[in-house]
Design a protein around this ligand. Structure first.
Ligand SMILES: [Ca+2]
Ligand SMILES: [Ca+2]
Ligand SMILES: [Ca+2]
Ligand SMILES: [Ca+2]
Length: 259
């Protein structure tokens, strides 16, 4: 007897299988306050960075202060992200008479070989909810806090394999307060849970200032001086990248980059 065996079977053909590359796009916006007022010149809406400047101040006086909150937006895929600060100029940029006299004689020198502004401006960072105001339970970034000239040697992780990746299509805010002088925290506000309501007259630092800046500690040595630097962000996919750590090598300097 011949038996045939027929199992239930089925064939499916999937046509047009596709591998399409996902995207990872980092975009950044910034809202900025200068001496307690909203400053449109150093604020911009969400975009890829080209010529935008977080800082662009050409006539600083002791006691001047500001606050900036940048927001990071990762599109489509979880990502790790790093930030790099690089000093590009730190010069005396000529000498005013009081500056020149800091070393006791008029001789086109203030007694120090380079610019003196970078170590007279102090900056503090924290992870914000978007309103530019330090509120309770917002985490300070102590590893970035210090003088400008110490900051602009650093590479730091915003998120790497030692923490959680940034989630796509969510907004992360990094706030910073700077002071040409000695900053002092006068108030950390109760968390209002609102994020930013509006740039002027909402719940920002024009309404809820956290810091004061004492310029009386500043001498004449920084007059006319120039400090410049670049701030760069790097984002990379988190998936299949379990050992990613931020490092300065991710940010080759423009002059040493391979051709
Ligand atoms: Ca100078
Ligand atoms: Ca001198
Ligand atoms: Ca100098
Ligand atoms: Ca806040």
């Amino acid at each position: 007897m011949i038996t045939t065996t027929a199992f239930f079977n089925d064939t499916e053909t999937a046509t047009g299988n596709t591998f399409r590359a996902g995207t990872l796009d980092l975009q950044i916006d910034n809202s900025s306050y200068y001496n307690g007022q909203f400053n449109p010149a150093t604020s911009w809406a969400l975009r890829d960075l080209t010529v935008e400047k977080f800082f662009d101040f050409i006539d600083l006086k002791p006691g001047d202060h500001g606050e900036d909150t940048i927001s990071l937006h990762i599109k489509d895929n979880p990502a790790y992200a790093c930030v790099n600060f690089r000093q590009t100029e730190n010069s005396d940029h000529g000498f005013s008479e009081p500056e020149d006299m800091m070393d006791g004689q008029v001789n086109q020198s203030d007694g120090t070989p380079t610019g003196d502004l970078g170590r007279r401006i102090v900056i503090k960072f924290w992870l914000d909810d978007g309103d530019n105001v330090l509120e309770m339970n917002e985490q300070p970034f102590d590893h970035l806090t210090g003088t400008l000239d110490s900051l602009f040697t650093k590479t730091a992780a915003i998120a790497d394999a030692t923490s959680q990746p940034l989630e796509p299509n969510r907004t992360y805010h990094i706030a910073k307060f700077w002071c040409y002088g000695s900053p002092r925290v006068v108030m950390i506000y109760r968390q209002d849970g609102l994020g930013l309501t509006q740039l002027i007259g909402g719940n920002g630092p024009d309404r809820r200032p956290n810091f004061i800046c004492d310029g009386s500690v500043i001498d004449n040595r920084g007059q006319t001086d120039i400090f410049k630097g670049d701030i760069s962000f790097y984002a990379v996919q988190a998936r299949n990248n379990p050992n990613f750590i931020c490092s300065p090598s991710l940010f080759p300097s423009p002059t040493s980059a391979p051709l």
